[in-house]
Design a protein around this ligand. Sequence first.
Ligand SMILES: [Zn+2]
Length: 113
Amino acid sequence: MQNPVQTVDTAHFERMLLARKEEIERRLKKIDTDLGTLKSADSAERATEAENDEVLEEFGQVGEEELRAIDAALDRIANGRYGQCMKCGEQISVERLKAVPHTPFCKDCATSI
Ligand SMILES: [Zn+2]
């Protein structure tokens, strides 16, 4: 069976995605620990704590979003659709994939959202 227009070295990107996923998971775990520490800290610095909480939770959200995007990209690798734009179906340039390996969109579609 021949794979259509698959010039992308998916094994390479799979390694990149898995490494990135590991890094984010480690970071999210650390955020959880930090949030736990802050919450149990002395109430005298409550305002600062709340601010830190927000910042950390924002990091957590971004991380989880990226994690979902990475999982979706790994799925696309598994079913041979990696590197294909989810919007227009065009091939995403390798340069773009190198910069953002988990992107589901080509440059044109990403900028038109
Ligand atoms: Zn596109």
